[in-house]
Design a protein around this ligand. Structure first.
Ligand SMILES: C[S@@+](CC[C@H](N)C(=O)[O-])C[C@H]1O[C@@H](n2cnc3c(N)ncnc32)[C@H](O)[C@@H]1O
Length: 270
Protein backbone atom coordinates (compact mmCIF):
# COMPACT_ATOMS: atom_id res chain seq x y z
CA UNK A 1 0.00 0.00 0.00
CA UNK A 2 1.18 3.51 -0.75
CA UNK A 3 2.09 5.10 2.55
CA UNK A 4 2.18 8.75 1.55
CA UNK A 5 -0.40 11.09 2.96
CA UNK A 6 -1.56 12.14 6.39
CA UNK A 7 -1.70 8.99 8.50
CA UNK A 8 -4.56 9.75 10.83
CA UNK A 9 -7.93 11.39 10.64
CA UNK A 10 -6.70 13.82 13.30
CA UNK A 11 -3.78 14.82 11.09
CA UNK A 12 -6.11 15.18 8.09
CA UNK A 13 -8.53 17.26 10.07
CA UNK A 14 -6.32 19.23 12.36
CA UNK A 15 -3.56 19.85 9.90
CA UNK A 16 -5.32 20.83 6.69
CA UNK A 17 -6.06 24.17 8.28
CA UNK A 18 -2.34 24.58 9.05
CA UNK A 19 -0.37 22.44 6.62
CA UNK A 20 2.82 24.47 7.05
CA UNK A 21 3.26 23.64 10.72
CA UNK A 22 2.54 19.92 10.18
CA UNK A 23 6.23 19.32 9.45
CA UNK A 24 5.19 17.09 6.53
CA UNK A 25 3.65 19.43 3.92
CA UNK A 26 4.89 17.19 1.11
CA UNK A 27 2.68 14.37 2.46
CA UNK A 28 -0.36 16.63 2.22
CA UNK A 29 0.59 17.71 -1.31
CA UNK A 30 1.03 14.05 -2.34
CA UNK A 31 -2.35 13.23 -0.77
CA UNK A 32 -4.09 16.02 -2.68
CA UNK A 33 -2.50 14.95 -5.95
CA UNK A 34 -3.71 11.40 -5.42
CA UNK A 35 -7.26 12.63 -4.79
CA UNK A 36 -6.96 14.98 -7.75
CA UNK A 37 -6.16 12.13 -10.12
CA UNK A 38 -9.09 10.00 -8.98
CA UNK A 39 -12.15 9.63 -11.20
CA UNK A 40 -14.38 11.19 -8.55
CA UNK A 41 -11.97 14.10 -8.08
CA UNK A 42 -12.28 14.82 -11.78
CA UNK A 43 -16.07 14.46 -11.70
CA UNK A 44 -16.45 16.91 -8.80
CA UNK A 45 -14.17 19.45 -10.50
CA UNK A 46 -16.15 19.19 -13.75
CA UNK A 47 -19.41 19.98 -11.96
CA UNK A 48 -17.84 23.08 -10.38
CA UNK A 49 -16.49 24.23 -13.76
CA UNK A 50 -19.93 23.87 -15.33
CA UNK A 51 -21.39 25.95 -12.49
CA UNK A 52 -18.91 28.70 -13.37
CA UNK A 53 -19.40 28.53 -17.14
CA UNK A 54 -21.36 31.78 -17.33
CA UNK A 55 -19.27 33.63 -14.75
CA UNK A 56 -17.26 36.48 -16.24
CA UNK A 57 -14.54 38.58 -14.66
CA UNK A 58 -12.03 37.89 -11.95
CA UNK A 59 -12.57 35.07 -9.53
CA UNK A 60 -10.70 33.01 -6.98
CA UNK A 61 -10.28 29.40 -5.93
CA UNK A 62 -10.08 29.50 -2.14
CA UNK A 63 -8.03 26.77 -0.48
CA UNK A 64 -6.65 25.95 -3.92
CA UNK A 65 -4.13 23.40 -2.64
CA UNK A 66 -1.72 22.22 -5.33
CA UNK A 67 -3.43 24.37 -7.97
CA UNK A 68 -5.14 21.90 -10.31
CA UNK A 69 -8.45 23.78 -10.48
CA UNK A 70 -6.78 27.18 -10.94
CA UNK A 71 -4.84 25.81 -13.93
CA UNK A 72 -7.97 24.19 -15.38
CA UNK A 73 -9.99 27.38 -15.01
CA UNK A 74 -7.25 29.47 -16.66
CA UNK A 75 -7.24 26.94 -19.52
CA UNK A 76 -11.02 27.41 -19.75
CA UNK A 77 -10.46 31.15 -20.22
CA UNK A 78 -11.24 32.31 -16.68
CA UNK A 79 -9.44 35.16 -14.93
CA UNK A 80 -8.59 32.94 -11.94
CA UNK A 81 -6.46 33.50 -8.85
CA UNK A 82 -5.65 30.73 -6.39
CA UNK A 83 -5.58 31.49 -2.67
CA UNK A 84 -4.27 29.14 0.00
CA UNK A 85 -3.26 29.71 3.61
CA UNK A 86 -0.30 27.34 3.24
CA UNK A 87 2.92 28.66 1.73
CA UNK A 88 3.92 25.07 0.90
CA UNK A 89 0.71 24.68 -1.14
CA UNK A 90 1.23 28.04 -2.87
CA UNK A 91 4.81 27.04 -3.76
CA UNK A 92 3.66 23.61 -5.01
CA UNK A 93 0.93 25.16 -7.16
CA UNK A 94 3.30 27.73 -8.67
CA UNK A 95 5.97 25.09 -9.33
CA UNK A 96 3.42 22.98 -11.22
CA UNK A 97 1.65 25.83 -12.97
CA UNK A 98 4.06 28.79 -13.23
CA UNK A 99 1.71 30.63 -15.60
CA UNK A 100 -0.99 30.85 -12.89
CA UNK A 101 -1.51 33.42 -10.15
CA UNK A 102 -1.55 31.83 -6.72
CA UNK A 103 -1.20 33.82 -3.50
CA UNK A 104 -1.07 33.07 0.17
CA UNK A 105 -4.13 34.21 2.07
CA UNK A 106 -6.85 33.12 4.44
CA UNK A 107 -10.47 32.44 3.57
CA UNK A 108 -11.25 34.51 6.67
CA UNK A 109 -9.27 37.54 5.49
CA UNK A 110 -9.03 37.41 1.72
CA UNK A 111 -6.52 39.56 -0.16
CA UNK A 112 -9.24 41.25 -2.23
CA UNK A 113 -11.10 44.57 -2.09
CA UNK A 114 -14.83 44.72 -1.35
CA UNK A 115 -16.75 43.50 -4.41
CA UNK A 116 -13.57 42.74 -6.39
CA UNK A 117 -14.54 39.20 -7.41
CA UNK A 118 -17.19 37.95 -9.84
CA UNK A 119 -16.91 34.36 -8.64
CA UNK A 120 -15.66 32.35 -5.68
CA UNK A 121 -14.88 28.62 -5.77
CA UNK A 122 -13.81 26.37 -2.91
CA UNK A 123 -13.37 22.58 -3.01
CA UNK A 124 -12.91 20.35 0.05
CA UNK A 125 -11.94 23.33 2.19
CA UNK A 126 -15.13 24.20 4.09
CA UNK A 127 -14.88 20.70 5.59
CA UNK A 128 -11.96 22.05 7.59
CA UNK A 129 -13.64 25.24 8.81
CA UNK A 130 -15.04 25.27 12.33
CA UNK A 131 -16.90 28.47 11.49
CA UNK A 132 -18.14 28.29 7.89
CA UNK A 133 -20.46 31.29 8.48
CA UNK A 134 -17.42 33.48 9.06
CA UNK A 135 -15.82 32.31 5.80
CA UNK A 136 -19.10 33.02 3.98
CA UNK A 137 -19.26 36.55 5.44
CA UNK A 138 -15.81 37.12 3.94
CA UNK A 139 -16.93 35.58 0.63
CA UNK A 140 -19.84 38.04 0.61
CA UNK A 141 -17.50 40.95 1.19
CA UNK A 142 -15.23 40.15 -1.78
CA UNK A 143 -17.99 39.19 -4.24
CA UNK A 144 -19.72 41.80 -6.36
CA UNK A 145 -23.54 41.84 -6.33
CA UNK A 146 -24.72 39.05 -8.64
CA UNK A 147 -21.45 37.16 -8.14
CA UNK A 148 -21.40 33.35 -8.09
CA UNK A 149 -20.17 31.10 -5.31
CA UNK A 150 -19.46 27.36 -5.75
CA UNK A 151 -18.62 25.13 -2.80
CA UNK A 152 -17.75 21.42 -3.19
CA UNK A 153 -17.45 19.20 -0.13
CA UNK A 154 -18.38 15.67 0.89
CA UNK A 155 -20.72 14.87 3.75
CA UNK A 156 -18.65 12.34 5.67
CA UNK A 157 -21.86 10.87 7.05
CA UNK A 158 -22.59 9.62 3.53
CA UNK A 159 -19.77 7.07 3.55
CA UNK A 160 -20.94 3.49 3.00
CA UNK A 161 -18.96 0.33 2.42
CA UNK A 162 -19.44 -3.37 1.92
CA UNK A 163 -18.33 -4.48 5.37
CA UNK A 164 -20.24 -7.29 7.09
CA UNK A 165 -19.49 -5.73 10.49
CA UNK A 166 -21.77 -2.71 10.48
CA UNK A 167 -21.19 -1.69 14.08
CA UNK A 168 -17.45 -1.24 13.48
CA UNK A 169 -18.13 0.60 10.23
CA UNK A 170 -20.47 2.95 12.10
CA UNK A 171 -17.93 3.52 14.89
CA UNK A 172 -15.18 4.25 12.34
CA UNK A 173 -17.42 6.65 10.45
CA UNK A 174 -18.48 8.47 13.64
CA UNK A 175 -14.84 8.76 14.74
CA UNK A 176 -13.88 10.25 11.39
CA UNK A 177 -16.76 12.73 11.56
CA UNK A 178 -15.82 13.82 15.06
CA UNK A 179 -12.20 14.41 13.99
CA UNK A 180 -13.15 16.89 11.26
CA UNK A 181 -14.37 20.42 12.14
CA UNK A 182 -17.25 20.52 9.64
CA UNK A 183 -17.84 16.87 8.59
CA UNK A 184 -21.28 17.51 7.10
CA UNK A 185 -20.12 20.53 5.07
CA UNK A 186 -21.49 18.99 1.89
CA UNK A 187 -25.10 18.96 3.03
CA UNK A 188 -24.91 22.04 5.26
CA UNK A 189 -23.38 24.53 2.85
CA UNK A 190 -26.77 25.21 1.23
CA UNK A 191 -28.39 26.50 4.37
CA UNK A 192 -25.23 28.27 5.50
CA UNK A 193 -25.36 30.10 2.16
CA UNK A 194 -29.06 30.90 2.66
CA UNK A 195 -28.30 32.19 6.18
CA UNK A 196 -25.54 34.38 4.73
CA UNK A 197 -28.02 35.97 2.31
CA UNK A 198 -27.09 34.12 -0.90
CA UNK A 199 -29.89 33.28 -3.34
CA UNK A 200 -30.57 30.89 -6.27
CA UNK A 201 -29.06 27.99 -4.33
CA UNK A 202 -28.60 24.74 -6.25
CA UNK A 203 -27.08 21.50 -5.00
CA UNK A 204 -25.65 18.78 -7.27
CA UNK A 205 -24.68 15.52 -5.53
CA UNK A 206 -21.74 13.62 -7.00
CA UNK A 207 -21.14 10.09 -5.80
CA UNK A 208 -17.50 9.18 -5.34
CA UNK A 209 -16.75 5.47 -5.60
CA UNK A 210 -13.65 4.03 -3.98
CA UNK A 211 -13.95 0.53 -5.31
CA UNK A 212 -10.28 -0.25 -5.03
CA UNK A 213 -9.69 -1.63 -1.53
CA UNK A 214 -6.08 -0.40 -1.24
CA UNK A 215 -6.91 3.13 -2.38
CA UNK A 216 -9.96 3.34 -0.12
CA UNK A 217 -7.79 2.40 2.85
CA UNK A 218 -5.05 4.74 1.83
CA UNK A 219 -7.24 7.77 1.26
CA UNK A 220 -9.85 7.46 3.97
CA UNK A 221 -10.35 4.19 5.83
CA UNK A 222 -6.92 3.89 7.46
CA UNK A 223 -6.99 7.49 8.79
CA UNK A 224 -10.57 6.96 9.97
CA UNK A 225 -9.74 3.66 11.66
CA UNK A 226 -6.73 5.26 13.38
CA UNK A 227 -9.06 7.97 14.71
CA UNK A 228 -11.52 5.35 15.98
CA UNK A 229 -8.71 3.48 17.77
CA UNK A 230 -7.30 6.69 19.25
CA UNK A 231 -10.75 7.67 20.53
CA UNK A 232 -11.30 4.21 22.00
CA UNK A 233 -14.36 3.80 19.78
CA UNK A 234 -13.15 0.40 18.54
CA UNK A 235 -10.81 -2.14 20.14
CA UNK A 236 -7.65 -3.44 18.45
CA UNK A 237 -9.42 -6.82 18.03
CA UNK A 238 -12.50 -5.27 16.44
CA UNK A 239 -10.28 -3.19 14.13
CA UNK A 240 -8.33 -6.30 13.05
CA UNK A 241 -11.57 -8.25 12.43
CA UNK A 242 -12.98 -5.37 10.41
CA UNK A 243 -9.85 -5.09 8.27
CA UNK A 244 -9.75 -8.86 7.72
CA UNK A 245 -13.39 -8.85 6.69
CA UNK A 246 -12.80 -6.07 4.16
CA UNK A 247 -9.67 -7.81 2.81
CA UNK A 248 -11.65 -11.00 2.36
CA UNK A 249 -14.44 -9.12 0.58
CA UNK A 250 -11.85 -7.44 -1.62
CA UNK A 251 -10.20 -10.79 -2.52
CA UNK A 252 -13.60 -11.84 -3.84
CA UNK A 253 -13.84 -8.62 -5.86
CA UNK A 254 -16.84 -7.57 -3.81
CA UNK A 255 -15.40 -4.45 -2.17
CA UNK A 256 -17.43 -1.24 -2.56
CA UNK A 257 -17.09 2.09 -0.78
CA UNK A 258 -18.77 5.35 -1.67
CA UNK A 259 -19.17 8.86 -0.31
CA UNK A 260 -21.22 11.68 -1.73
CA UNK A 261 -19.87 15.10 -2.57
CA UNK A 262 -22.24 18.02 -2.90
CA UNK A 263 -21.52 20.91 -5.24
CA UNK A 264 -23.50 23.88 -3.98
CA UNK A 265 -23.87 26.95 -6.16
CA UNK A 266 -25.45 30.26 -5.19
CA UNK A 267 -25.54 33.91 -6.16
CA UNK A 268 -25.08 37.09 -4.21
CA UNK A 269 -28.25 39.11 -4.72
CA UNK A 270 -27.81 42.03 -7.15
C1 LIG B 1 -8.30 19.32 1.48
S1 LIG B 1 -7.35 20.61 0.80
C2 LIG B 1 -8.19 20.92 -0.75
C3 LIG B 1 -7.31 21.57 -1.78
C4 LIG B 1 -7.92 21.77 -3.15
N1 LIG B 1 -9.08 22.63 -3.09
C5 LIG B 1 -8.28 20.45 -3.78
O1 LIG B 1 -9.50 20.16 -3.92
O2 LIG B 1 -7.37 19.68 -4.13
C6 LIG B 1 -7.75 22.04 1.75
C7 LIG B 1 -6.86 23.23 1.37
O3 LIG B 1 -7.34 24.39 2.07
C8 LIG B 1 -6.25 25.11 2.57
N2 LIG B 1 -6.76 25.90 3.70
C9 LIG B 1 -7.08 25.44 4.93
N3 LIG B 1 -7.54 26.44 5.69
C10 LIG B 1 -7.54 27.56 4.90
C11 LIG B 1 -7.93 28.91 5.10
N4 LIG B 1 -8.40 29.34 6.28
N5 LIG B 1 -7.80 29.77 4.07
C12 LIG B 1 -7.32 29.36 2.88
N6 LIG B 1 -6.93 28.09 2.63
C13 LIG B 1 -7.05 27.20 3.63
C14 LIG B 1 -5.21 24.06 2.92
O4 LIG B 1 -3.91 24.58 3.00
C15 LIG B 1 -5.40 23.07 1.78
O5 LIG B 1 -4.57 23.39 0.69
Amino acid sequence: MDTTGPRTAESLAARFHDVDSSGVPDDFIAYLRKMEESESGRAVREVTYRALEAAEGKGADIGCGAGRAVADLVRLGKDAVGVDSSQAMVDAALARFPHCRVVRGSAFELPFEDGELSWYRSERTFLHFGDPAEALAEARRVLRPGGTIVLADPDLGSMVLSSRISETTDAVKDAFCSAVPNPHAGTRSAYHLADAGFTDIEVVPVMAALNDHASAFDVVLEPALTAALAQGAVSEEAAARWKDDLSDISRRNAFTATATFFVTTARLAS
